[in-house]
Every structure is written in structure tokens, then in C-alpha cells.
Design a protein around this ligand. Structure first.
Ligand SMILES: Cc1cc2nc3c(=O)[nH]c(=O)nc-3n(C[C@H](O)[C@H](O)[C@H](O)COP(=O)(O)OP(=O)(O)OC[C@H]3O[C@@H](n4cnc5c(N)ncnc54)[C@H](O)[C@@H]3O)c2cc1C
Length: 406
């Protein structure tokens, strides 16, 4: 009987244990090593405890261009529909919201974890919890993990995001596998405190454009949240990963442009503001934008345009109205860095794609060594895409092990 070790009992490791159990017909034993006292702790925190387990739109084109070619075989072979069907097979039923995000019907991440854990157990996987693997030795007879010998090893260590410590780093470095630099992804972006102080806690819908060295790198429409010296919200978090990937390669000047009135063109907005003033519909400037924006945000934008909120609207000049319109449509936030890794949802970077065969996820340096999930240099946007990668990569690796290694 072949012995298979999976290092890491998270989304990818558990899904891999299930897939190997389905396919091995008693030809292999599967042991999952997990550093925590229980498997799947991070899964419990996903989707605000609801676990957004995939997205109907999670096809390869939705992932960053830097990861598409590498992730293509896994994501093509195991689609979002496959994920939904896989969980239905485990009697875990789902619903899809109007943005394509798929959640368990119970709205509880614990249900997703139970489905994976119980299935892996039913199919014979053994769990070694409280067992961080800090070293992995390879010789002509296979691999040694935690004093036990294995024929095949799957690295499913996850990334550095939102974890206290990451013993896997020593293990990966010890193997000499190529690693890229890493940075927090799907996180806050830091900006000048004075620009956001008065808006802390406020949420607004906006079209956001990320400028890197003055060039448009990505755009997102959705929620922007103002935090302590930082910007957040789903749309902003998606841009944070684009920024992180660029900043890994070289120093970049970054800025986020916010269009707070994306449904009106600049011309239409300017005409609207002019009309409000002409018809004396609002007496004071602080009320000028109240039909378009949350009042607090309107007041902050007035100040940015150099207009006193308590000034009478009748005193506004055409140049001031032009300036206000420009600030509403292109409010600039200079970016000074990313939020900390402990608050990030995903790691940008990891095991270098060049070290693994994308068709199987087997290492190019070590035969019978595989990597799946977030430990690899693959990340996706917010909304179920990272778990979809974890599941799809796990299935691809398990299929290759079952086809060629057992
Ligand atoms: C707050 C939060 C919310 C999120 N929400 C979503 C969401 O709703 N939808 C979505 O798609 N993605 C979400 N993500 C991202 C998603 O959780 C991860 O991308 C996904 O869990 C990665 O799966 P993985 O199995 O590769 O890694 P993980 O799930 O992190 O699992 C890795 C496991 O390996 C263990 N481990 C690590 N090193 C060792 C070692 N040396 N020895 C033994 N065990 C080890 C860890 O303890 C962990 O249990 C969220 C992330 C965070 C932090």
C-alpha cells in the first residue's frame, strides 16, 4: 500500500484527502498533518463565518493575468459547478447570491468544514493534529515527515495571511523549492490619515481606479470603506492584490481614484450642480451634494475642493463648481502601503509557479511531491475565488496521484 502525507488540513488539504479517498480503492493510506489542534480553522472564518465557497464566475479569466496560465488546467477541470456538485454529493446544499457568490444553505462555514472533515474520515484519512511539520526529508525511499515515511507528499500549507506563525516557511526553504516574495492581498490600503480621518467607518459605493506609476492598472466598482488611515471594502481589496503583485517586483507610486458618482458623467454632474445653485434649491454648500451622496462624504469632498461647507451656495463661482465636480469624479488617495498580513485574506506570492507542472501540480524538483491551494503563487479576487482555487488544485493533484502514482 502506498503512503500519502498531506501537510496542512485546510480547505485544499481536506478536499485532497476526500478526492484521494474516492479514487484510491484501498491502494493508499492518507495521513493529514495539521499544526492546529483541529483541522480547517481558517475555513470557519471565511465569508464572515458563512464561507463563500465558490463563485459562479470563477473561471480562469477572472483570476489575475499573472496566475491564469498556471491555474488554467486545475480551474478548467474543476469548475464552480463541479464544486457545487461535489458538496451536494456530501449533502451540503448551497445557494447563489446576485453577485454569483455561493454559500451553504445553512449560512454556516462550520457546515462546510464538517462536510469535508467527515467525508475524509469516512474514506479512511487519518488526522495528526497539533503536529506542525517543520522539516521534510527526501531520499531514494521517499519522504520523511514527523518521523514517518511516505511515498507521496502533498504540500497544502496555505499562505501567511491571517495566521499567527507559519512554520511551513522553514520546511519550504529546507527543500530548496523556488519561492517568490510574498505580500498581503485582499487587504486594506494605507493612505494619508488626514484624507480619511473624518470619514472613519463610513461606507460608500464608488468606481475605483488603481493607478500604478500614473497608469491605470485595474478598476473595480463597489463598496469603499474608510478606516483608520486606510481604505477598505470589497472593491478596494480586489485592487490591493493588484498593487501587492506590482509592488513585489519593484517600487511603485500608487494612487486610488474614486468616482463617487459613477452613474453620472462629469458633464451631467456639473450641469446638475449648476442647476441646483441656479434654482437656489440648497442654501448652504454643505447641503449641495446631499441628494447625491452621504452628507459626511459630501462635506469632506467640499473641503477637498477648497469650499467652506457653511458658505452660501449663491457665492459659488463656476471655477469652484468645476473643482467640486472634479473631486467627486476623481478623488485621489495616494497609497502608502498595504494593510498587515494578519488582516489580509490571501497571500500574494508563495511557491513559484515555475517549480511545479501546472497539468499535475507535481514539483519539477522532486518526484512525488505536490503543492496545492494558497501555498502556491496563485491568488484570486474576493468572492469565493480563493476557495475555488483550493478545491480545484486539490482535485487536480489527487487525480494525478490516483492515475500515475498508485
Ligand atoms: C478572514 C478570511 C476570510 C476569507 N473568506 C474567504 C471566502 O469567503 N471565500 C474564499 O474563496 N476565500 C476566502 N478566504 C481565503 C481562503 O480562506 C484561503 O485562500 C483558503 O483557505 C486557502 O486554502 P488552503 O487549504 O490552501 O490553506 P488554509 O485553508 O490556510 O489551510 C492550510 C492549513 O495548513 C496548516 N499548516 C500550515 N503550515 C503547517 C505545517 N507546517 N504543518 C502542519 N500544518 C500546517 C494550517 O494550520 C492550515 O490549517 C478568506 C481568508 C480569510 C483570512
Amino acid at each position: 500500500m502506498r503512503r500519502i502525507a498531506i501537510i496542512g488540513g485546510g480547505a485544499a488539504g481536506l478536499c485532497c484527502a476526500c478526492a484521494l479517498g474516492e479514487k484510491n480503492n484501498g491502494r493508499a493510506s492518507v495521513t493529514v498533518f495539521e499544526q492546529n489542534d483541529r483541522v480547517g480553522k481558517k475555513l470557519l472564518t471565511t465569508g464572515n463565518g458563512r464561507c463563500n465557497l465558490t463563485n459562479r464566475a470563477a473561471t480562469v479569466d477572472a483570476y489575475p493575468s499573472a496566475v491564469r496560465a498556471f491555474a488554467m488546467p486545475a480551474l478548467t477541470r474543476f469548475s464552480p459547478e463541479s464544486t457545487i456538485a461535489f458538496f451536494e454529493g456530501l449533502s451540503l446544499f448551497t445557494y447563489t447570491d446576485d453577485e454569483g457568490r455561493v454559500y451553504p444553505l445553512s449560512n454556516q462555514a462550520a457546515g462546510v468544514l464538517d462536510a469535508l472533515r467527515l467525508e475524509a474520515t469516512r474514506l479512511g484519512a487519518a488526522f495528526c493534529c497539533d503536529t506542525p511539520a517543520t522539516a521534510l526529508r527526501s531520499d531514494k525511499d521517499g519522504f520523511l515527515v514527523g518521523g514517518q515515511r511516505f511515498d507521496v507528499v502533498v504540500l497544502a500549507l496555505g499562505g501567511k495571511a491571517a495566521v499567527r506563525d507559519y512554520p511551513g516557511e522553514t520546511l519550504l526553504r529546507g527543500l530548496g523549492l523556488p519561492l517568490t516574495k510574498t505580500a498581503p492581498g485582499l487587504c486594506k490600503l494605507r493612505t494619508d490619515e488626514s484624507l480619511v480621518k473624518s470619514l472613519k467607518g463610513l461606507r460608500a459605493r464608488a468606481k475605483l481606479t488603481l493607478l500604478l506609476d500614473g497608469n491605470e492598472a485595474a478598476a473595480e466598482q463597489g463598496e469603499l470603506q474608510f478606516a483608520d488611515g486606510a481604505l477598505s471594502g470589497i472593491a478596494l481589496m480586489n485592487l490591493s492584490s493588484v498593487y501587492a503583485r506590482a509592488a513585489l517586483e519593484k517600487t511603485v507610486q500608487a494612487a486610488v481614484l474614486a468616482d463617487f458618482v459613477p452613474t453620472l458623467s462629469s458633464e451631467k454632474l456639473r450641469a446638475t450642480l449648476g442647476e441646483i445653485v441656479r434654482r437656489s434649491q440648497r442654501e448652504k454648500c454643505e447641503d449641495l451634494l446631499s441628494g447625491l451622496l452621504v452628507k459626511k462624504l459630501g462635506v469632506a469632498l467640499l473641503k477637498r475642493a477648497g469650499i467652506r461647507p457653511d458658505a452660501p451656495t449663491a457665492s459659488l463661482t463656476a471655477a469652484q463648481l468645476d473643482a467640486l465636480c472634479a473631486v467627486c469624479k476623481r478623488c485621489v488617495f495616494q497609497i502608502t502601503g498595504s494593510g498587515p498580513m494578519r488582516d489580509a485574506q490571501v497571500t500574494v506570492g508563495g511557491l513559484a509557479q515555475s517549480g511545479f507542472d501546472p497539468a499535475t501540480l507535481e514539483s519539477r524538483n522532486y518526484e512525488n511531491l505536490y503543492a496545492i491551494g494558497e501555498v502556491l503563487d496563485v491568488d484570486g479576487p474576493c468572492g469565493g475565488y480563493n476557495l475555488q482555487w483550493a478545491f480545484a488544485s486539490a482535485r487536480l493533484c489527487a487525480a494525478d496521484i490516483a492515475e500515475r502514482k498508485l
